[in-house]
Write a protein that binds this ligand. Structure first.
Ligand code: SAM
Length: 210
């Protein structure tokens, strides 16, 4: 974390100012942000400069994967009314929103982005294959998960998961992921890469639900 006040040159280390044209709130000044980013980029090759903003493109697992492969990312966190527009147009390489709501600052959005991408870096998770099956990774929602006990307050774990038959379990999980996606996020299905087997399983689900 870097304090923007470090990159000011006035006695009061001012980082914000009133908006041109009047109106409420303050705007983060461009000079400290440009200086900070230029200082932090020195010696690095290509640097991704992410401006967190509710007006940016919505953060998504695909972008998390792309960012996880980057060597150096700088996050610019706004406050107040946000940052001077010249930061967006001439410094940021990306403008990213974490959803259609407005927070007081960009720090939590930056942490959200960081956590989503860090868990995709090889070695971050105990078992790397778990990220491959997560929701959105392969275009579908994840299948359901159960752990012990097998019976809890009369609620049973599906017997197939206790059968030890790995092929049956694989098919059951795939069908479960397809069913959940169809019921909860049908919009994802139109983008997902589906195999012949997936299409057959989906057909069965549609018949089951009809
Ligand atoms: N006036 C701005 C607008 O309406 O678009 C909102 C500014 S917001 C109060 C202050 C800062 O919080 C923003 O500059 C941004 O860094 C951060 N922020 C707020 N909501 C966000 C969101 N949904 N995604 C990413 N960053 C957000």
């Amino acid at each position: 974390m870097h304090d923007l006040r470090t990159f000011t040159h006035d006695q009061h280390r001012v980082v914000d100012d009133v908006p041109y044209g009047g109106g409420p709130g303050m705007v983060l000044k461009p000079e400290p942000i440009f200086e900070a980013v230029e200082h932090l980029s020195q010696g690095s090759g290509k640097v991704r400069v992410l401006l967190l903003s509710p007006q940016g493109r919505c953060f998504h697992q695909t972008l998390a994967r792309e960012l996880a492969a980057e060597g150096h990312i700088i996050f610019i966190c706004g406050r107040y009314e946000g940052v001077d527009e010249r930061v967006r147009t001439h410094l940021a390489t990306d403008e990213v929103s974490i959803g259609d709501y407005v927070l007081a600052g960009g720090e939590l959005p930056a942490l959200v982005v960081i956590e989503a991408l860090v868990r995709l870096i090889p070695g971050a998770l105990g078992d790397e294959t778990s990220a491959l099956e997560d929701s959105f990774s392969a275009g579908l929602l994840d299948h359901t998960h159960y752990t012990r006990p097998a019976s809890f307050r009369g609620l049973e774990v599906p017997p197939v998961l206790r059968s030890g038959d790995h092929e049956k379990i694989r098919i059951w999980r795939r069908q479960d992921a397809l069913r959940r996606t169809l019921l909860r996020r049908p919009d994802l299905l139109s983008q997902a890469l589906l195999s012949e087997e997936d299409r057959r399983l989906l057909e069965e689900i549609r018949k089951e639900l009809a």
